[in-house]
Design a protein around this ligand. Sequence first.
Ligand SMILES: Cc1cc2nc3c(=O)[nH]c(=O)nc-3n(C[C@H](O)[C@H](O)[C@H](O)COP(=O)(O)OP(=O)(O)OC[C@H]3O[C@@H](n4cnc5c(N)ncnc54)[C@H](O)[C@@H]3O)c2cc1C
Ligand code: SF4
Ligand code: SF4
Length: 1004
Amino acid sequence: MDPQRERIQADLRGLLSGEVHCGDAFVQMYATDGSIYEVPPLGVVRPRGLQDVRASVRYTAENMIPLHGRGAGTGLAGESLGPGLVVDFSHSMRRILELDNEEGTVTVQPGVVLGQLNRYLASFGKQFGPDPATGGVTTIGGVLSVDSSGSNWLKYGSARDQIVRLQLVLADGETIEAGKHRVTDDPAIDPDPRRRELVRRLAELIEREESIISANRPKSLVNRCGYYLWDVLQDGVLDLAKLVVGSEGTLALITQATLKTVPVPKHRGLVLMFFDRLEAAVQAAMEAQELGVTACDLMDRRILTLARDVDPRYAQSIPRSAEAMLMVEQQSEEAGEVLERLQEVAMRWQRRRRLAFDFHLAISPDEFDLFRRLARRVSPTLHRVQGRERPVPFVEDFAVPPATMADVVPRLQRALQTYQATASIFAHAGHGQFHLRPFMDVGDPQHQRRMQDLANDLYAEVWAVGGTISGEHGCGLSRTWAVRKQYGPLYDVFREVKRIFDPGNLLNPGKVVADVPQPLIKNLRPVAADDELAAPKSGHYLADPASNASPSGSSNGSPSKPLELQLIWQGSFASTAENCNGCGRCRTQSPEMRMCPIFRSAPAEEASPRAKANLMRAVIGGQMQAAQLSSDELKSIADLCVNCHQCRSECPAGVDVPKLMMEAKAQYVASNGVDSTGWVITRLESVAAWLSRFSTVSNWGLRQPWVRWLLEKTVGIAQGRKLPQVAASSFLRKAERLQLTRPTRRTGNKVLYFVDLYANWFDTQLAEAFVQILQHNNVSVYVHPAQRASGMAKIALGDAERARSVAAKNVAALADAVRQGYTIVTTEPSAALCLTHEYLHLLDDDDARLVAANTVEACSYLWRLHEVGRLELDLKPQNYTVGYHLPCHLRALNVGSPGEQLLGLVPGLTVRRIERGCSGMAGTYGLRRENYRSSLRAGWGLISAMRDPAIEVGTTECSSCKMQMEQGGTKPTVHPLKILALAYGLMPEVEKLMRARVPELVVT
Ligand SMILES: Cc1cc2nc3c(=O)[nH]c(=O)nc-3n(C[C@H](O)[C@H](O)[C@H](O)COP(=O)(O)OP(=O)(O)OC[C@H]3O[C@@H](n4cnc5c(N)ncnc54)[C@H](O)[C@@H]3O)c2cc1C
Ligand code: SF4
Ligand code: SF4
């Protein structure tokens, strides 16, 4: 940390009760957002409340340090980036303060996530109207500061239309309440002198410049460019709150907001209108507003083609011949009315106007959700393209008057053609809002020039019809350069507004107005050069970024040591980190998604997958020394990844953050080794073998609180965690006795059972159940005697060398069996993930690939048998209600939920899906003393769902998840295969287990 940052950190820590971080890692994590820019700040403040914000503002004002408010950092224009001090409201100012049912308002702190607010309001039948697509992530402070809106703008408008009052901290640290205020000098009318003066000066300015203000108003329905000076001064009353909304943190910081709420619509429906020409769709959309629809979104052929590939249900409903589609939404209190009005739209555009050739109605809630999510589901496909050209947000937000769209769209297409730029068209066409992301290589200077030229040309077309360069994303770093061009003399009025609020230009300077606005292509996030991307292919060695042709170079001037990569990357190390576009989706709090369990339980930027990709990018780009990967600071951030793989599946850009973190941990372990708990955890197989020799004593000890206390003190295994009891003899030994350890000469289905740690040493009944089920279904079973536990704990902890050694032994044993026609099947989802995915990061050989291609999780294997009619169905009724939890590692295998499906075959059994996200156990993460509480917090949804009296027994495929499910109560959790074995009549003893009560300190 440089001395300036060190001093600021020390000063502010003395002044604030919230956190202050000026270290290298934090600077990097807050240097980017959802935009194409990177600007490292001096540091980060996480205020706990109003007083912290005021103290930060006063301190920065005294020291002439700029200050940048920040919510979730999902802004697409770089609005929250800057070289000063970032104030992160999303960390500790996340409270919903008051719901006023009479006034129909809700008062919140700025860090509240919009989606969480809406879930809270839903229990009162209410919601916040504007619906930005990032609702599961974005904060109210961000929504207000950008004046966000979404598809439903036609009904709810933007954030500005829903504001009642704001609590603001001004540039000098003073606090005011901002709502509607009479322009007055009379303290009896407005007792707050600071506000009186502010209101008076603003009103004078607006009155004086009235003609310039009204002459330069864009004709588009939406506008998020410049300050909002229209309609805010009426009859001597200034709506100060409205004026501040949309000002991107450049006028004041919002510390509290009172928002209007609206009733949740009872019924919603969609009609998808299909057109054989884009122009016809645009023509139709121009009529949307007069038809009174609540949303009308336009998608072009490229998006529709991708949608058909994403989901067969889209393929069924969207005709191949469609060149464009309009997705039209209606809402009403009456279900019949929704249908009637959508049919009216369809009739008009298809029959009367002959614009559309077909339509599809989506009225049921499931179908409505399916199609409403279409754009969100397709966007990952755009971002996961290979190669250096990516969809780039830099002209992604212009808006035009809807009546001009027919003129504008062909001109936009011509401009794109001129610059050989590919872009799909997505637009909230009902209100003339376009989201265009041309494919560009931001690292290529030629493309950079093209970006600037294209922006000039596109914006000229937009201005020619009275449109605006931003309809809902703001100016930030990517558009402020064009604000003067859009507004001419009005720009100077905006500058005067800024001076009235912030004479020292300290609040988020350079956004909306600036002395010298930064050019579009300055401060671009660095991209590694091609040779750097290819370099690690031959060895596991990354060339020194500082001596490479990286455009970023080394920010601190000293060349960093070359990084010896611990994992196999095949030239993809840099590109993996760079694939992260900063969209912030991985900060989601939405229950529809699983990522990221650790961020969800304690929302802090460093816990997010985005932060981790950022740090690795900084190491690759040379902004951070490679040696820092061996530091405790980076290790503590890497440890916030528990290798659950949920972000890898759900991130729109498919960034493999777990692999990046495995590399980071491996770098640390290579230099520092593992700690004592890690030592035990990475040697669990040997520990289990040893404990098993004295199983009676060991299992007695596990149940004794004093032994557990000792265990916690000596090896760090959490005292309160219920642990599995060790078997007296391993399953592998039993398999030998059962003569399963020799390959068969039989033909037909042949399975090599990969037993893994848990079924071998702790739950041999599970292994027996699986073998019996296979034999019952006429499948030959082979248990290779040389197999070892998969080593997932070693992988998760970054012990790459030991993990590689285990992987090599297993692959050597298993590959031969595959060549003899065996399919490798394992009852542990983590082991399946190891063999199919993780081993390929450790071993670069054909045998590892062979094993990966021929490994299947046990329930998936049986379900496949069922699908080809080869699974016996002589199952006896079981009268239980079981709660099924889908483990993260099974989800990461992308095989659906085969265990749940198999249980669905058992007559009489009621299977209820518990959809509460990750169990929080994350393999061995929840075993550690220091993780115990956060593990319980992350898995609390699942633990409490298990307490539902309707659920008699829990069930899941994963041994760690089982431990967590049994942690919070006395109901047993039984593997689906055991229930299947019971239903087949193969294992009557499972009946006892189904009725068992989970004891203290150990699991069943
Ligand atoms: C994939 C994607 C889709 C998007 N779709 C939409 C969309 O449909 N509609 C839409 O409107 N936007 C959209 N956006 C843009 C972005 O999500 C919104 O602008 C969002 O409201 C920003 O909120 P945030 O919490 O991330 O704020 P940030 O990005 O953190 O900050 C945004 C601005 O608010 C300021 N700010 C934040 N908190 C405060 C505060 N308390 N006081 C003062 N200033 C503050 C910051 O300084 C900055 O200027 C999208 C972004 C992405 C990546
Ligand atoms: S990791 Fe993925 S979801 Fe998270 S910010 Fe990066 S691209 Fe977005
Ligand atoms: S793998 Fe899981 S824990 Fe790690 S960053 Fe991704 S979602 Fe978070």
